[in-house]
Ligand binder design. Sequence first.
Ligand code: WT7
Length: 662
Amino acid sequence: MSHDTDAELEARLAEQERFSPPESFVAQANVTDEGIYEEFEENWPECWEQAAALLDWDEPYDTVLDDSNPPFFEWFTGGSLNASANCLDRHLDERGDEAAIEWIGEPTEEENRTYTYRELHREVNEFAAALKDLGVAEDDVVTLYMPMIPELPIAMLACARIGAPHSVVFAGFSADALATRMNAADSEFLVTCDGYYRRGDPLEHKEKADEGLSGVEHDVETVVVDRLDDDYDHPMEANHHDYDDLVEAQAGMTVDPVSRDAEDMLFLMYTSGTTGQPKGVKHTTGGYLSWASWTGQAVLDIKPEDTYFCAADIGWITGHSYIVYGPLALGTTTMMYEGTPDYPEKDRLWEIVEEYEANQLYTAPTAIRAFMKWGSQYPESHDLSSLRLLGTVGEPINPRAWKWYYKYIGGEECPIVDTWWQTETGGMMITTLPGVSEMSPGSAGPPLPGLDVRIVDNDGEQVKPGRAGYLTVNKPWPGMLRTLYRNDERYIDEYWRTYSDVDSDDPDDWVYFPEDGAKISEDGYITVLGRVDDVINVSGHRLGTMEIESAIVGVEGVAEAAVVGGHHDVKGEAVYAYVITEDGYEGDDAMAERIIEGVNSAIGPIARPEQVVFTPELPKTRSGKIMRRLLEDIANGDELGNTSTLRNPEIVSEIAAKVKND
Ligand code: WT7
């Protein structure tokens, strides 16, 4: 690797807008034939049999796509399979003694854990038996509230084995968020843990879980994993069970994997939307698992002999699809890191890549921007030559960060896949195929083969290349969400109503709207511009501004609040809160503290406002609608947009002056 300074790198790479996939990569890539785009288009939807063929089916499906009742599309109907059998049992003969999971705890003095496929299979069976003993039946929703410890994927696969959908709640979410999700799904089972390590310190988790449970309206059986040993003593109530005791009692037990219909729910994942109520995205066994596997193979170039490292958290969809289900279905070694990338030093990730000789690294632009800020000396002090492919996900990546990643992490020898997708899509949708396409920093690339993605205006008409418009997906795909749990109406309203003829039963009249803005180049490369709804993206985490606003309004003394996202160098976006206090309350530091704490306890630390701005009024239109666009301008220090439609234009410069003074 040559040693350019950042400035030299920029000068050399700045002009370059397209990068060819490295020959060494193409020579071994899983997908190299550019004919795949045409082939899939001509052979749609049967092309997706290629994805289904990556799995073992108990019963073969009889229909690839049933589109008779749009937008309730069904894939691989008539087929049945089990996800845990696909991720474990079928690999035992050939890969039983190979590592399935390499787990790295945060404390460096602790021993890392390796689970071979055989060991993982054993523990998943034992825990599946334990869950059944606790009374978990097929189709019961089991909530998993755990950080990055091996028992999380073990519990997911144990649920999948007995046909109980899991609902993973990100460990960084608050007690309230846990309770909301358990109530919404009527989930009577919870698996959690005592705590975990963050930046060297034990962080308790069980108290938060207990507090959440106190807000659940029905009885719950709780399993507690002991992660902290003696570092934390936790009280156990009558309906709390120790994970180790349960598994020990089932030593050597096996549980036959339940044959699930292709369309049966594999899991639920709650995600933020425009309203305060999170949306329960439903994913299925056949379509989802096919999608996670096919995209893992085609885009991440996963091969069984790889050591594959996705640095996301399993509490988000990225970890579901690309730490657990995709990689394990493909029989590879998947890595899990418990902690933060800067503990004990800012080279922790590079140390891990070097030690495990990781072949792929999949992470988020926010992490890359942090690495860039810390400096190239950290990656340069490690041998990263095992890496063959790099990926990014979660938010747009700016070309400068892309080029830094390409040079300092990939040594200019790894293709980068910038993958656009969502919780709802189950897996990747827009990205280059690393062995086929040229890369264009800042643009995710063309849609995957077999997908019909368009950029349209308000009326659904395609816009010219270079013009900003709205992203739509005009044909169904196997990994798509099937509905919002127990809320078909909201499913239609949120994703279909905008661009579909909702009275039609012609599937071609149904268009999926992901609520992102985008533009397309002459040759079909798509640049995603970001959300067009009231959802903001902080460090690749999706947050609803309404959820944050309702948390703030819940704080004593707050009359009204408006939340917007403002640009942030590392996080992408940061939360800005504009607050009106009630009479008799002072908008002072103590009040700001209480507001921040209120957001913390309603959602979690990721939603903490960067700044709380007190104001006597919010800018409103004559019809009383808050003009968020202006609040965004203020947060960004941009020139203020048109205020002529406001009923109180003078307030805008007043607020702007306040923000500057802070
Ligand atoms: C939203 C989905 C996909 C798993 C992690 C986030 C944004 C995602 C990209 C990308 C530009 C991206 C979109 C999308 N997004 N990937 N490569 N380029 N924007 O899943 O929490 O459901 O968020 O993240 O705005 O709608 P999510």
